[in-house]
Each structure stands twice: as structure tokens, then as C-alpha cells.
Design a binder for this molecule. Sequence first.
Ligand SMILES: *Cc1c(COP(=O)(O)O)cnc(C)c1O
Length: 429
Amino acid sequence: MKYLNRDTVCVQGGYTPANGEPRQVPIIQSTTFKYATSEDMGKLFDLEASGYFYSRLQNPTCDTVAAKICELEGGTAAMLTSSGQAASFYAIFNIASCGDHIVSSSTIYGGTFNLFAVTMKRMGIDFTFVSPDCTKEELDAAFRPNTKAVFGETIANPALTVFDFEKFSAAAHTHGVPLIVDNTFATPVNCRPFEWGADIVTHSTTKYMDGHGAAVGGCIVDSGRFDWTKYPDKYPGLCTPDESYHGVTYTERFGLGGAYITKATVQLMRDFGSVQSPQSAFILNLGLESLHVRMARHCENALAVAKALNSDDRISYVVYPGLEGDKYHDLAMKYMPNGTTGVVSFALKGGRAAAETFMKNLKIAAIETHVADARTCCLHPASSTHRQMTEEELTAAGVPSDLVRFSCGLESSEDLIADIKQALDCIGR
Ligand SMILES: *Cc1c(COP(=O)(O)O)cnc(C)c1O
């Protein structure tokens, strides 16, 4: 049945057990599946019959959880990957290869930036990075004849800029390419990029979806709306026979709803093998069952923390799109009226030294290279993830040396604020 509300999908989506079947999603911890005849098996290999044969390509537990995320995003097909990094790589490599070009927002996750600007560049794929605040003219000027996609993050990690979906999707579609959006920080509970013109969504499920810091994972969801067949020369991989897969033409055999994910599964997953384990998918699903309840609390805590910081004169500035007066507050209200994310960034008046003293004295918030966990954690990018950069480089990357990234967990906001205040009191002692 079709559920009226996303909250129900979080709990029950993707899996409807029949009479006498397990109530919880079963962990099918098996690499392989048994068949009676070679002919049966042959049909699976030819994609003539659907079924499981080897867990590098597909596994029932992973498919069940992917189906839930697909339903949450309102897509037509989805696949799990071993990590968010694998999801970002597959999402682009599925439609771009050596000699191609991608337009990407410049405020994206550091790992994604490195994947694009260094590793994929070595594969011959060029990226042009544009400011999320660019004008329509600046955005148009970034496209080339060999551009294959546009990429951005709903709420960027760690810059916390809000992606202007309408501006970017209009440009992508004018230039005949799909818009790919990393929806990790907002989750489908707070934003559904397909409703704003995105064509493909990616996730690091490691973050809020899992929510407990327990399993690394990723996901790709297709809206099924981008018409590859209008541009057969641009997307030959989807519109002409795949010689590496028995001459199948994905758009013909699987339609617009299934072509993209089927190709990524039988070609990229077959060859690169970045699969999520059934055990991890099971853990991810436990997280998804409470995602809607947790996101509300993460956002409520983040707003309370942002407001408390904003009214403390030891803080020089606070960045949180949910906070009134934030540069991205209007965009946040338009695309995410019910809440944004649980991460707040801020800087201390005492600069880098004050930030280090402050963090050392936090009792509840732990120093971690992680975000979006049930337990509050924080990071000083200048002395950790961005340690190799100079002061000038840090400022250009949107992570000045006095910046602290604070990921609000599910504790009481009263305790989080008290912890922050006592750590601030330690500065200059
Ligand atoms: C963490 C993160 C990734 C990478 O995901 P992993 O699961 O760590 O590989 C990608 N995008 C965003 C926005 C992230 O926060």
C-alpha cells in the first residue's frame, strides 16, 4: 500500500512480510544463491529473469533497504553502496568517462572535492567548480559541449550553504544534463530534491540515516525523470548496446525508471565491487526506522545551540541555515521549512587558540572526525581535516582557522548548552 506520510515509510517502507515471515528485515548473509539448472542461471546473467546469484551484484537485504530509501526520496530505483564516497563516484562515473566534464558546486564535502578534483581528474574527467551563490550567467558559462552532469549538496558539509535547487536544475536542464544532489545533511525527512528538479540523489548513509555511528554506507536513488534517450550521443552507455553485458541497451530494456540504476549495478558494481554488507544494511535499516523522530530532535537541538551561541559575546559568528539572519535562511525556509540539519558552525573571538582551549574542555561533546551521530561531537577543521592548509587557504575553503563544527546529537539541549558555556568559561583562565 502507498503510505500517506513519509514517517510511515521510515518505519515500514521497503518490506512487507507475508504470512509467517520474519517481522524484522532478514539478514541474508550469503554470497551466493542456488539454482536447479544452468539454464535458470543463464537467464539471470542475460537479465531476462530477475533473481539473485551473487551478492557483489545484488543481495536481498541490501535491496530491501535500498527500496525503503527509494520510497523516502520518491524515486523509481535505488542501490546501496559500501560508502558515501562510492555513491558519489558511481553516480558520476555511470554517465561520464575520460574526456567528459562536470559542473559542481564549490561548497561540497572535502572527500568529494578530493575525489572530483584529484582522483577523477586523473581518470580524465574535468570538473568546473562554481560558487553556490553564482549568478545564472556565471553558471551558464561553466557548461561545455562535453558536460555530462551538475552536482551539489543540499546542505554542504562543512560550509552549511544551502543549494539553490531551482537555479541549478534550470541550468542543468537547459544544457540537457541531469542534476545530481548529495542529500546527506538534510535527509529525505527534511528535503526531497526530486521535488525541486534534481534527477539523481546520493547519500552517505553513514551519517543521519544510520545515525548511531555504527556502519559506513552509501546509497544512490534515481528519479527516473531524466530522459537519456533525448541525448543518445551524450549518453551512449545508456542508449546503445553494452557489449560488456550481452549487448543490452539499458534504456530500452529497463525504461527511464530502471536504466540508470541497472547499469550502475550490473556494470560498475560488477567491476568495482563497492558493495554494502547485508549486516551493515540491517544496521542502516534500524537507523532508518527512527530517522523522522531523530531528525526533528537533531534540528531542535541545533537551533537551540545556535541561538545560545548567537547571544554569547565570546562568539564572533554562528553559521546555521535554520537560524534567522543566516545568509542561507531564506533558501532554507523555501526548501526545508520543517528543519535543516543538526550541524552548527561557529567561531570564537579568541581565534584558533580559544577554539582549541574551548574544545579541550567540552565534557559531553567529543572531538571526532564524524557528524550526524546520536552523540554530540565536534571538530576543529584547521587542526585536523584541513591541517595542511595555510591561513589563506583555510579562509578560501570556507573553514577559517577559528571555526568549530559542532554536530548536535540527541541529548538534552539544556545539557549541550551548559557544556558549551562551561567550556567557554575556561578560555583565558
Ligand atoms: C561523509 C560524507 C560523504 C562521504 O561519505 P562516507 O560514507 O564517509 O564515504 C559524502 N557526502 C557528505 C555530505 C558527507 O557528509
